[in-house]
Design a protein around this ligand. Structure first.
Ligand code: ADP
Ligand code: MG
Length: 497
């Protein structure tokens, strides 16, 4: 997405007296997939719609209760840290971050400050500062002149990942956020769904007239799609540029992204970190990671599945065209279809694998974009669809169906299920290898289409295509176009000779 708005900015910059260098740093939160909450036994269920059912005295901060660290959540952060080649802390601890708000029952959030679980690391070449573990806040709902609080979310384990201020443009920031989503899903660490609030992105944006100095940063919140990440950053660069150009000064503030108006708006001026009065959480033990056998670096490494960049490299080695690889990576359903073929085909069968990639990117993606998968796809279980898809791709490879026929069969399979061979038979889409039958059909066409024959013989190539088309029609789609072409050329040659 080459960002419509970023092009406008380039245009505007040309009219300006100065060049400005944008700097962007991201802070990304993600709810971790665990059975229970971060410090208690209440259920971690982001799909729960009834408010205040997944609560207990601990996450409701009743006096005298004690938190207990969720090991599953720690493990998620350590695996993320290992995947991004970060430094896993040996000593780590939790801290209290104090502030008052109705969505924070204790009056503080348990987070990490000086000793996060992970420091350093990199993703898509973007340097990562830290990855730490904290607890989510409750959800506030403001409606009908009232404010309501749902505590189901309070205490759900939350990852916070902070990048260095090294991003230079909106598109790269968007790409980074998408890659992180893919990584979190690959690791089964988070559903990372932006619309559900499982993943939340905050962008820090500044501009400077010097390459070697940072400008004052503005933090943008309430961004709820990847497209909005790009647009909010582009907007903010534009706003700050206009502000400075008109003699103004950027002030350090938190702004919100208004999706309807496509603008950022002032929310509050930034508080310094001292205001949170961070101090180590006295109710929790310190963590000495090296003392936990499952958390040695070797054990963590061994627990990682194939990572997104490793998967891309494998697809490249299978001969998949570069422009297809991203399309095959971006959606779980699409990826499952492709893996269904890639994992079951012999590695050397690049024809079969290439055909599968082709039909997935050009047909299944289109079918999915028609409507939501859940509504139209006949297969609730992608494994079942993988099987019939594999069978269809084999039929295509063996020339049993034409590419046109295959597209029709695929659409039918997608919507109503079934067996590709049976569908092909019923709809007369099986290609005939009966050469005598095909030759008879071709001869009929050549007799009927004297004008096209003359034109072809006079050198008009398009007429050959027409004759092939008519022959396919004559065979009711059963003829393979390549074979029909061969027969037409052969017959016309012998006619001349
Ligand atoms: P704070 O103390 O305000 O939280 P940090 O230094 O911890 O600031 O950085 C928070 C985020 O802001 C990080 O993602 C970082 O990359 C980013 N950031 C820091 N300085 C700048 C800057 N000048 N321009 C853009 N982003 C920045
Ligand atoms: Mg900070």
């Amino acid at each position: 997405m080459a960002g419509f708005s970023s092009r406008i900015i380039c245009y505007k910059l040309q009219l300006q007296t100065m060049t400005y260098y944008p700097t962007i740093g991201l802070e990304i939160h993600a709810e971790l997939k665990t059975r229970t909450k971060m410090f208690c036994n209440s259920k971690n269920d982001s799909d729960e719609t009834e408010p205040n059912v997944n609560v207990c005295p601990i996450c409701m901060a009743h006096p005298g209760t004690l938190p207990v660290i969720n090991k599953e959540a720690v493990r998620h952060i350590l695996r993320i840290g290992t995947a991004i080649k970060g430094t896993i802390a040996d000593f780590s601890e939790f801290d209290r971050k104090s502030y008052f708000y109705p969505d924070i029952p204790k009056g503080y959030q348990i987070s990490q400050y000086e000793h996060p679980l992970v420091t350093n690391g990199e993703l898509l070449g973007v340097a990562i500062t830290r990855v730490h573990l904290e607890e989510d806040t409750a959800r506030s709902i403001h409606a009908h002149g009232k404010s309501l609080v749902d505590f189901n979310r309070a205490g759900i384990p939350l990852m916070e990942l902070v990048t260095e201020p090294v991003l230079k443009d909106a598109e790269t920031a968007g790409r980074f956020a998408r890659e992180l989503q893919l990584l979190l899903r690959t690791l089964s660490a988070s559903g990372a769904n932006l619309e559900k609030g499982e993943m939340r992105i905050e962008a820090n944006v500044s501009i400077s007239s010097s390459k070697d100095a940072f400008g004052t940063k503005v933090e943008v919140k309430n961004i709820n799609s990847f497209r909005s990440v790009e647009r909010a950053i582009a907007y903010e660069i534009q706003r700050q540029t206009a502000l400075i150009e008109s003699g103004g000064k950027v002030s350090q503030e938190t702004r919100g992204w208004d999706e309807a108006k496509q603008v950022t708006f002032h929310q509050r001026f930034k508080e310094g970190s001292a205001d949170y009065r961070y101090f180590p959480e006295p109710d929790l033990p310190k963590l000495i990671i090296s003392e936990i056998p499952e958390f040695t670096s070797a054990a963590l490494k061994a627990s990682l599945p194939e990572l997104p960049w490793e998967r891309r490299a494998r697809y490249e080695s299978l001969g998949i065209r570069k422009e297809y690889i991203e399309a095959l990576m971006q959606d779980e359903f699409i990826n499952a279809m492709f893996e269904g073929v890639a994992q079951h085909a012999s590695k050397k069968d690049t024809t079969l694998i290439g055909l599968a990639a082709n039909y997935i990117v050009s047909d299944i993606v289109g079918l999915m974009q028609d409507q939501k998968v859940e509504e139209t796809c006949a297969y609730k279980n992608p494994k079942e669809f993988q099987k019939v898809f594999y069978k269809l791709v084999e039929m295509i490879k063996e020339n049993k169906v034409s590419s046109r026929g295959a597209k029709d069969i695929l659409a039918l399979l997608y919507r109503s299920g079934g067996d590709p061979e049976v569908i092909a038979q019923e709809r007369g889409l099986l290609q005939s290898h009966d050469v005598d039958f095909l030759r008879m059909s071709v001869l009929h066409v050549l007799q009927e289409q004297t004008k096209a024959v003359e034109e072809y013989q006079a050198g008009k190539e398009a007429s050959l295509q027409y004759l092939i088309g008519m022959s396919m029609k004559k065979t009711k789609g059963a003829g393979n176009p390549a074979k029909l072409k061969e027969l037409i050329v052969e017959e016309l040659k012998s006619k001349l000779g």
